[in-house]
Ligand binder design. Structure first.
Ligand SMILES: Nc1nc2c(c(=O)[nH]1)N[C@H]1C(S)=C(S)[C@@H](COP(=O)(O)O)O[C@H]1N2
Ligand SMILES: [Mo]
Length: 252
């Protein structure tokens, strides 16, 4: 399949002035280093790492919570969804009918202790609650409260190796998102199982979704199934951002 699977506009890195900044001194190559077409991604990523470090996204008061539409996949078991995957869709359907009691999050790759976590396992780890603004690349935003396990905590619990550089998130539809290790350990990057104080609804990504508050909405992958830690950027192919024409780094 060479066509984008979802009609989403490609984002070219937004920091037009990045080219004039001194970008030396960052450690490591950006994942798409050397690709002319990906210069925007690379410059935005480098500029953000240089300028903002690990700054926090703004958090809001509960009184500022707005309604939030559900977009993209809203039911991974629905064969009419553009990103539907027959095998995973069926698996999702069975898990949902069991109220996700049999759901497990797989943690694999560059970790000393790969394994499978139930929702109860995750809920036993310290939780973070944050009221943040979700900004979709298609031009809308909404404020909601999210509660979940900081991804960094889960990675530490799994014995993340010092060579780890990226984390690939896999969902029950066919999508995969990649974030770097800095965003993975960002204190506001959480695996959320609750929204506005209730269990995460199906259309918003039940039973578990990522919240990547430092980037645009599509990085906050819903319907999580599997997390793979890698030592170098591994393009997830037609299920990932790059081959769909989206920016792999969508920092805001
Ligand atoms: N698995 C999966 N995650 C996804 C999507 C999707 O289609 N599938 N859409 C993304 C986009 S573009 C946005 S804006 C948000 C929407 O989250 P919401 O439906 O909770 O508002 O989910 C993101 N995560
Ligand atoms: Mo989005």
């Amino acid at each position: 399949m060479s066509q984008p699977i979802l009609p989403r506009r490609a984002l070219i890195g937004g920091l037009a002035s990045a080219g004039t900044l001194g970008l030396a001194g960052c450690s490591g190559d950006p994942p798409t280093y050397g690709s002319l077409l990906r210069m925007g991604d690379n410059l935005t990523w480098r500029a953000h790492r240089l300028l903002f470090g690990r700054g926090l996204a703004r958090e809001y008061d509960k009184s500022e919570i707005t309604s939030i539409v559900a977009i993209g996949t809203t039911d991974p078991a629905n064969a009419m969804e553009p990103a539907f995957d027959p095998d995973q869709g069926d698996a999702y359907d069975r898990l949902r009918h069991g109220a996700f009691a049999d759901w497990r999050l797989e943690v694999a790759g560059s970790v000393a202790r790969p394994g499978f976590y139930s929702l109860a396992d995750l809920q036993r780890l310290p939780a973070r609650t944050q009221v943040t603004k979700h900004t979709c690349e298609e031009g809308w935003s909404a404020i909601a409260q999210w509660t979940g396990t900081p991804l960094g905590l889960l990675l530490k619990a799994s014995g993340v190796k010092p060579t780890a550089r990226f984390v690939n998130l896999h969902a029950y539809d066919m999508l995969v998102e990649t974030i770097d290790i800095v965003d993975a350990f960002h204190p506001q990057t959480i695996l959320a199982y609750a929204m506005n104080g209730r269990d995460l609804p199906v259309q918003h990504g039940a039973p578990l979704r990522a919240r990547v508050e430092t980037q645009l909405g599509y990085k906050s992958l819903k319907f999580l199934r599997r997390i793979v830690v890698t030592d170098r950027f591994e393009d997830p192919g037609k299920r990932g951002d790059i081959q769909n024409g989206w920016s792999w780094y969508a920092g805001i």
